[in-house]
Design a binder for this molecule. Structure first.
Ligand code: NAD
Ligand code: DAU
Length: 376
């Protein structure tokens, strides 16, 4: 496969679902909302978007499509079997993409129960209702049906500086309650394929960044804090490494896997952009110095503050994405520094969005997570 295949894929996946409905779970969150917006913008078909609207779900992300007849938003829980059964009966989807999850590592350290409930019990209930629906389909519809589970690279654990990047055969070694709950959900997906032959696909992606990310995660937190003259908290020595991928590249990869991935397979997705946290923070500060010279504190790097480390903090993640490149032709398109600049610009242009998500409960979270982290 070559790069040309990716370009053609827009046409191929458009044809595959253009007269069909897909279910997207967690489509009011960061990646899910980016995915739904892109799916509709590329006219790929109808979407039923089911989301519980936890603190991380935000209907404002979907403002531009809320009255679009190709998009139906339904509030509900993936752990609610009766709710799911009703949706399957009513809308007969051709595919399900499961983004719904509790997704923040620090929150999982403060309280793992919600992670087990949604990521494990929720995924199980979703699989079970999907299986019942799929087993009632005609032979050809059942053959075409797909259940795509969106997982993470964190299930593979941590890497030393000289280790090769994670491949699809790297052994699971989850280190946080979040990663453990995602690993458990992956195993359930695998088991439903192996035991019942449910046509599943699983993706493992590295750190995403871009518009609509909730400011508990590093990049939007830095931008929100820096523009208000607040400290930029760096856990530990700041030398932890993440492999960054712009969110639209992740969304494209999911569409490619959905349309062309081999049933039962797993695909790693990464940006080939490994950076130390401290370097990322300096890059954000430099962009902000240029784009937002009116901040209370300039240069923004003056706000950098090393704080107590995250317990069990994984040192390094890195993805080997050669399988999805070789088999499906996907490659990331957005260079890290270009994506970072677009992201900073988006947050600066959407102060109302930031103000809305950082009001109320967000403040409780910030106090809980950062007050006990005195300066390192
Ligand atoms: P997010 O926290 O921004 O969004 C999660 C969404 O799921 C929210 O809209 C929330 O309301 C919804 N949700 C939570 N519990 C639910 C439930 N029980 N039923 C229905 N909806 C529920 O997360 P995100 O960063 O967009 O991540 C989406 C998926 O991608 C997750 O599965 C995550 O593990 C995975 N992932 C994320 C990244 C990343 O860097 N953000 C990287 C790799 C994989
Ligand atoms: O690798 C994929 C994963 O990436 C996803 O599965 C998760 O859902 C997603 O949250 C993300 O996990 P991380 O823990 O890597 O992301 P986070 O933005 O929380 O942190 C990124 C790095 O920055 C990490 O090394 C911790 C550090 N950090 C984070 C915060 C919030 C800080 O130094 N200070 C902070 O205040």
């Amino acid at each position: 496969m070559n790069k040309q295949f990716v370009v053609d894929d827009n046409v191929l996946s458009q044809q595959r679902y253009s007269d069909k409905t897909i279910f997207v779970t967690g489509g009011a969150g960061f990646i899910g909302s980016n995915f739904v917006l892109e799916w509709l913008a590329k006219n790929r078909g109808r979407v039923v978007n089911l989301d519980k609207l936890t603190y991380a779900g935000n209907l404002n992300n979907l403002e531009s499509i809320i009255s679009d007849p190709r998009h139906l938003f339904v509030q509900g829980d993936i752990a609610d079997s009766t709710f799911l059964r009703g949706l399957y009966l009513k809308y007969s989807p051709a595919a399900v993409i499961n983004f719904a999850a509790e997704s923040h590592v620090d929150r999982s350290i403060h309280g793992p129960e919600d992670f087990i409930q949604t990521n494990v019990v929720g995924t199980l209930r979703l699989l079970e209702e999907t299986r019942a629906y799929w087993q009632g389909l005609s032979v050809s519809d059942a053959q075409d049906f797909r259940f795509l589970h969106v997982s993470t690279d964190e299930v593979y654990g941590t890497l030393d500086p000289s280790d090769p990047p994670f491949t699809e055969t790297t052994a699971y070694a989850p280190n946080s309650p979040y990663a453990a709950s995602k690993a458990a959900s992956d195993h359930l997906v695998r088991a439903y394929h192996h035991t019942y032959r449910l046509p599943t696909l699983t993706t493992h992606c590295s750190n995403n960044y871009g518009p609509y990310q909730f400011p508990e995660k590093l990049l939007p937190l830095l931008i929100a804090n820096a523009t208000q003259g607040k400290a930029l908290p760096i856990y530990g020595d700041g030398a932890n490494i993440r492999d960054w991928l712009y969110v639209s590249d992740h969304c494209d990869a999911i569409s490619v896997v959905l349309a062309h991935g081999k049933v039962g397979e797993t695909y790693n997705i990464g940006g080939n952009a490994e950076h130390r946290n401290i370097d990322v923070v300096h890059a954000v500060c430099t962009i902000l110095d240029e784009l937002h010279p009116d901040s209370p504190v300039i240069p923004h790097a003056k706000l950098i503050s090393f704080v107590k480390d995250r317990p069990g903090h994984d040192r390094r993640y890195a993805i080997d994405a050669s399988k999805i490149r070789a088999e499906l032709g996907w490659i990331p398109r957005v260079q890290f520094i270009e994506g970072l600049r677009q992201t900073v610009q988006w947050y600066l242009q959407h102060p109302d969005w930031v103000a809305q998500v950082t009001s109320g409960d967000y403040r409780h979270w910030v106090n809980k997570n950062y007050e006990a982290r005195s300066k390192a």
